[in-house]
Design a binder for this molecule. Sequence first.
Ligand SMILES: [Cu+2]
Length: 148
Amino acid sequence: MNRKIFTATAALMLSSQLVFAAEHTVQMKNVGADGTMVFEPAVLNVAVGDTVHFEPTDMAHNSESVTNLIPEGSAGWKGAMNQKVSFTVDKEGVYVYKCTPHTIMGMVGVVVAGSPTNLEEIKTQSASLSATFVMNKDRLTNYLNQVK
Ligand SMILES: [Cu+2]
C-alpha cells in the first residue's frame, strides 16, 4: 500500500469511528420505573466502541462492573460514590454491574454490547450475586431475560 492510499484509509477509518461510536447515559436513581434503587435504563444495548456514562442523578450511588460477570478480557469500570463514571465498551457481550452499597437491594444493571455471546454463562454465574439480594430478588434474572 502506498502512503497516499494508507493515509486515505486511515482517515476513513477514523471518521467512520467518529460517526458510529455512540454515547449513552444511565441514571442512578432512588426511585424509578422498576422500583427503588435502580439504574435507568437498566438494560442497555450498545455497540463495541460506544461510551456509557453513569450519572449520579440521586446521591449515594456508584456504578461498578461485577468482576466475574463481564466479557472475558474486558477492563470493566469502577466509579466512586456520587461520581459520574464513563466506560468505553471494549469487548462484545453482556456486562452486569452494581451499585456497591445497594447491591443488597438489587441495584444492578445490564449492558449488552453487540451480540450477547456470553449470556448463558452470565445467567448461570449471576445466581450467586442474586442470592445476596434481600429485596428485588428477581430483578437481575428479569433483566437478563430481556436480553435478546
Ligand atoms: Cu445505589
